[in-house]
Write a protein that binds this ligand. Sequence first.
Ligand code: GUN
Ligand code: ZN
Length: 435
Amino acid sequence: MSATRKAYRSALLHSIADPADVGVENSFEYFEDGLLVVDQGKITAIGHAAELLPTLPADIEVVQYQNALITPGFIDTHIHFPQTGMIGSYGEQLLDWLNTYTFPCEKQFADKAHADKVAKIFVEELLRNGTTTALVFGSVHPESVNAFFEEAERLDLRMIAGKVMMDRNAPDYLTDTAESGYAESKALIERWHGKGRLHYAVTPRFAPTSTPEQLQLAGQLLGEHEGLYMHTHLSENLKEIEWVKSLFPEQNGYLDVYDHFKLLGERSVFAHGVHLCDAECQRLAETGSAVAFCPTSNLFLGSGLFNLPQAEQFKVKVGLGTDVGAGTSFSLLNTLNEAYKVMQLQGARLHPFKSLYLATLGGARALSLDDRIGSLKAGNDADFVVLDYKATPLLDYRLQQSNSIEETLFVLTTLGDDRTISQTFAAGVCVHQRG
Ligand code: GUN
Ligand code: ZN
């Protein structure tokens, strides 16, 4: 029995609730000298080392870390795999940025060999940054999703992805049709959804690039298979919102377009939601839909500032997305750094334990996966990261001045990036070891 069991002794920190619901002090568990016990890809126990060690078999392997903190793996609730090669494309806001940079870049994913090459780079980059689960946009080509899922399956990762559905207002080389988008998505669902730790997301790009026929078929598809996700963009940019109103004059605003086609629900995730009205927040909440706030992207494209207090007021589920390639980093730590600044610009604060929640348990709740990932509770998948307090000379020196785990956490989210992640574990296996 003990041969497959392994224990990790370190400082341990995880969220157990939303600070907005229970207050900051009751939202986390911290073990200064903790023990995390893992067996067959699952967490089997968490606690103080002094209490747990005597209960374990004498021959169990115990890996010990100094100057480190173990947290759950990070959860990225919105990212584009085919945009890996175009991060940092200069000078445009959303609609021009799509036409100038995004569509030509995504065109290359018709070629499976290219998709395979980028899938390896993309997944490795996720793991280098401590992200163990992501909700991923492919391109319009099924090849892109096959390439991504093949790599995720090889590493036994819990990942969600889908092929873009897009049948208008985009170049001919990058559009499907309502029927082919439905049929290709269905074939991908049959091949991948529920295989290992993989899940499929029906992925209409955003309302302007789908005809009503395509959105209707997307809604139909959601009803045809259990447990599917729906992943799209919503209210990111003011010109985009005006465009949606002109394309769908019968609907009462942007969210109502998706609502009309039955695209809201417990596994529906809407990226951005920067310019939502209260009624839209209310509708998102009552349908169990989530928003993915993407601060680095919103700043980069000049889209606006996310409104976390509004989402909290209406109890909308919130995750954080990097939104690479409009987003400028794969790192959720870096994304939290920018999220803090977005709150400051609005005269508010992002508490470090709310940050931890958003990057882990909050993301898991946004994806309705909090019974499997997002915290270190027994029974969950053993997806976790080891953060190195000495990752850089500055981090090391700064953390020597820290007086509390709260301060340490805040500094990690301010100075942290891929260098901070010394190891990433997925299903109990080390899938990234920093060089
Ligand atoms: N809206 C529609 N497509 C996209 C995309 O690829 N990136 C972002 N940030 N917004 C979008
Ligand atoms: Zn996006």
